[in-house]
Ligand binder design. Structure first.
Ligand code: ATP
Ligand code: MG
Length: 392
């Protein structure tokens, strides 16, 4: 992408592939800066489509839909993990697309992703690629040598929120898991003893300038992000610096333009291992809407529009609680008691406009800001109690 990219002025139209909650929050950011928006998503009720100036309800690879998007937009980004990289490549023939199709293709395939990390000199979990029954045998032998078991078999493509993953403790479970996942190409990863999980959001502009949000401390439950905590000192400072440097080199080597999230594991021996990347804003960066002077969605907008990137500053300690469909279940007898939650000072409610609540489905999130980390955490636990979420 050229360094001489001309900044797009507010008033123009920007587009996004994918109409989920990430697209919705990007639409909000774009609109608040005076841009018009267009969303391509086949779902007529997609969270982003509902709030966008324009919604093109067509499939991501439908040439007519892509053509329509290209004809109304000056630049396009993506918010959807698995949006076909080909769709981005097609759009790039006529308009500005950020991130580029190659970077998205790498993020979509755990094999390419790990190869990229290794190339950048960033440590990964020990792993083996499994694409066939024959590989399974080879991997098993290999496995015995480097002890990949107990491990996690993950599909190389299309996984999210812990889907497409099976934990395996012996060879039989490995063989069964490969069958269960449909025999598609997979990566077998050693199960690592995690002390913590971190993530870093980095934004890189057309001119190569990079900025980042503070390192986030994440807690997962059942393979799904449950809570993010961000304040000075919540992450080990040496590891946080390593994470930021690693994230920047991963973005730099991809010639990445846009917002990139890099997920890390902190092992019990206090070492850092990269897990995966998301070529878009990330659930663990949602707190930035309420706790930073520039949100991850504004960063995404600035990157794609060629607007300046200034270093974000966090102004309040923050806790982000994910609101999954589970809390709408009959367990509570009625909808979550948001009015009671909103009585707590520093609570910011974000709901994504999804009409159907299902177990594990991300329906919204709650950010809690406070003047101290202790207060943020204590309010978060009060909110969790009201909502029927197990305490942190
Ligand atoms: P998402 O896209 O929602 O971030 P995902 O489905 O792509 O998730 P991963 O990030 O690979 O999946 O894994 C989900 C969670 O499972 C991790 O955040 C971590 O808690 C756990 N996990 C994954 N791999 C390992 C591992 N090798 N060792 C220990 N825990 C792991
Ligand atoms: Mg993950």
């Amino acid at each position: 992408m050229s360094v001489a990219f001309k900044p797009l002025a507010p008033g123009g139209t920007l587009g996004v592939l994918g109409g989920g909650q990430l697209g919705r929050m990007w639409v909000h950011a774009a609109q608040s800066m005076g841009f018009q928006t267009a969303v391509l998503d086949p779902d007529p009720h997609s969270p982003a489509g509902l709030v966008s100036h324009q919604h093109i309800p067509r499939d991501y690879l439908d040439p007519a839909g892509l053509q329509q998007l290209a004809s109304v937009c000056q630049a396009v980004t993506t918010e959807f993990e698995n949006v076909p990289a080909d769709a981005l490549a097609r759009l790039a023939e006529t308009i500005q697309v950020a991130p580029n199709a190659h970077a998205v293709a790498v993020a979509q395939d755990r094999r390419l992703e790990k190869a990229h990390f290794v190339n950048c000199g960033v440590p990964v979990a020990p792993f083996a690629v499994i694409a066939s029954d024959a590989d399974l045998d080879v991997a098993w032998k290999h496995t015995e040598g480097i002890h990949l078991i107990p491990g996690i078999l993950k599909t190389a493509r299309m996984g999210y929120d812990g889907k497409g993953q099976v934990r395996v403790r012996n060879k039989k479970e490995l063989i069964d898991a490969f069958k269960q996942l449909g025999g598609v190409p997979c990566v077998l990863e050693k199960m690592l003893p995690l002390q913590a999980e971190y993530s870093v959001i980095v934004a890189r502009g057309h001119d190569g300038v990079m900025v980042h949000l503070p390192v986030q401390h994440n807690v997962h439950r059942d393979g799904i992000l449950a809570m993010t905590q961000v304040w000075a000192g919540v992450c080990d400072s040496t590891l946080a610096t390593q994470a930021i440097n690693a994230a920047k080199s991963i973005a730099q080597e991809l010639q990445y333009i846009g917002v990139l999230c890099v997920e890390f594991f902190v092992l019990e021996d206090n070492t850092l291992v990269v897990n995966e990347i998301a070529p878009r804003p990330h659930n663990s960066g949602h707190y930035s809407l309420d706790a930073c002077d520039v949100s991850q969605f504004e960063l995404q907008l600035r990157c794609m529009a060629g607007l300046p990137l200034t270093p974000p500053r966090q102004h309040s300690p923050a806790v982000m609680l994910n609101l999954l469909g589970d809390i709408w279940s009959e367990k509570l007898g009625s909808d979550p008691n948001f009015p009671e939650v909103l009585q707590l000072a520093g609570t910011h409610l974000h709901l994504y406009g999804k009409s159907e609540a299902r177990k594990g489905r991300k329906m919204g999130h709650l950010t809690i800001t406070a003047s101290t980390p202790e207060q943020a955490l204590s309010t978060a636990n009060q909110a969790a109690a009201i909502l029927g979420i197990t305490a942190f």
